[in-house]
Write a protein that binds this ligand. Structure first.
Ligand SMILES: Cc1cc2nc3c(=O)[nH]c(=O)nc-3n(C[C@H](O)[C@H](O)[C@H](O)COP(=O)(O)OP(=O)(O)OC[C@H]3O[C@@H](n4cnc5c(N)ncnc54)[C@H](O)[C@@H]3O)c2cc1C
Length: 413
């Protein structure tokens, strides 16, 4: 804060779910005074262009870290209540289970694609008979989870139900947070690629300004900053090299099933017969989430084949990996097998180079706050992170949770 004017110049780097939700909570903090305080969010490409727009969206009381989860799970419900999140970003409670399956043997599954990318043969319909439903029940499958093939399920185990698990549509949630923040005075600059965070040259370093480039100008721009929130997800170590954060690519697809399916998030283990993926027999473990917008989301395992590109706009999508996810989920559900593929996509997860994370808190540089490294639970933990960071900025300390275990200084930042 400027000693003379009392003005706070807060710059948030990154418009994923962490940066956008942080901007939202900054704009709702009781001490925020839009006539004095400047909050700017700098986003290199577009809001939710990375993992925050392409994640599954599961929220769970059993997620990690324990320091953030209960607060964040509760805040998700409160945000949905306050802003009609059920309608606006698909917040709903959901059942969650793990299921072990034997995928039906299919020579090659090719899906009808909305964008016409792939047209191909599909497997004949198999009507849900009383005998099939009995088989599902025998494997422990709940009655309303009737969109798994009866012959496919070896066993089903419930992990949690409503009250313990919920979901949001990550893209809609993140863009809504950014919009709600903007409505209260946060300035959002898209195409703003942060090049450096400048600090004082005194022995006790403090942030002074942020330098960034924009597509409309050859010369870099500089914005004054008394507080900088580093929320660049997997790119964080490119902006601040001592951040122990790495990147892992993951592919996902969305499919419009042949009929509405019940609200389940499924962790699967599927043994696939030889040739299903055009290869020898393998086991696949796609996560499959039914969504309230009528689509089903499925994601596969991560890979390190292609290094993190410069921006979210340059992420390379490997069509074969998307085809593999589509084929594997198609071996256990007629509704997915016969459904229409709406999206084939990839993104990078912010992973951590050390045990622990995310890193949320003050750093060894005065005014520099880190909120990054949320691994596979960034959607679940975004509201808790944003709320706590807003308290660090305006109150100088966190009031809503004890985040000492996530302190970036413990990890050399
Ligand atoms: C397949 C998959 C499924 C997932 N499912 C779930 C789930 O079900 N539940 C859950 O809780 N989590 C899930 N996650 C994890 C979650 O998606 C991430 O933890 C979360 O999106 C990370 O958010 P972020 O804002 O830190 O990063 P990002 O979403 O990557 O956002 C970072 C932003 O920073 C911007 N940026 C980068 N560099 C700069 C720069 N120099 N200047 C300005 N801006 C910059 C980028 O353009 C980007 O928009 C999943 C992740 C994957 C990959």
């Amino acid at each position: 804060m400027s000693a003379e004017t009392g003005t706070r110049n807060i710059v948030v780097v990154g418009g994923g779910i962490i940066g956008s939700t942080t901007a939202y909570f900054l704009s709702r903090h009781p001490s925020y005074d839009p006539s004095k305080d400047n909050i700017t969010l700098l986003e290199a490409s577009k809001i939710a262009g990375g993992a925050s727009g392409k994640a599954g969206g599961l929220l769970a009381t059993w997620a990690y870290p324990a320091a953030l989860v209960p607060l964040s799970f509760r805040l998700h419900r409160e945000l949905a209540d306050a802003h009609d999140g059920r309608e606006r970003w698909g917040y709903r409670e959901v059942n969650c289970g793990q299921v072990d399956c034997k995928g039906r043997a299919i020579e090659k599954v090719e899906k009808k694609s909305k964008d016409g990318a792939k047209e191909g043969s599909s497997v004949s319909l198999e009507k849900r008979s009383a005998a099939a439903l009995k088989k599902l029940k025998g494997a422990g499958v709940p009655e309303d989870l009737d969109w798994l093939d009866a012959d496919a399920v070896n066993y089903y185990e419930s992990m949690s139900g409503p009250g313990e698990t919920a979901q949001v549509h990550p893209y809609l949630f993140t863009t809504s947070m950014a919009k709600l923040a903007e409505e209260k005075g946060v300035k959002i600059e898209l195409g703003a690629m942060v090049k450096s965070i400048n600090t004082t040259s005194t022995s006790e370093k403090a942030v002074e300004s942020v330098m960034y480039s924009t597509p409309d100008s050859d010369a870099p721009k500089t914005i004054l900053a008394s507080i900088v929130v580093l929320a660049a997800g997997p790119w964080t170590s490119r902006v601040w090299p001592s951040a122990p954060i790495t990147a892992l690519r993951a592919h996902s697809v969305t499919i419009k099933p042949t009929r509405p399916v019940s609200a389940y998030a499924l962790f699967t283990e599927i043994s696939l017969a030889a040739h299903t993926l055009g290869r020898p027999a393998v086991r696949a473990a796609p996560e499959i989430y039914a969504r309230p917008d009528g689509e089903v989301y499925a994601c596969g395992e991560g890979d390190s084949l292609v290094p993190l590109p410069a921006t979210t706009a340059n992420v390379e999508v490997d069509q074969q990996r998307c085809d593999d996810i589509i084929a594997s989920v198609g071996t256990v559900s007629e509704e997915l097998r016969e459904g229409e593929v709406h999206a084939r996509q990839a993104c990078y997860l912010p992973n951590t180079a050390v045990r622990g994370g995310p890193f949320v808190g003050l750093t060894s540089v005065t005014g520099l706050i880190m909120a990054a490294g949320h691994t596979c639970w960034g959607i679940q933990n975004a509201p808790g992170t944003g709320k706590c960071v807003s308290e660090m900025c305006f109150d100088g300390k966190v009031r809503s949770a004890n985040l000492s275990s996530l302190d970036p200084r413990k990890f050399g930042v």
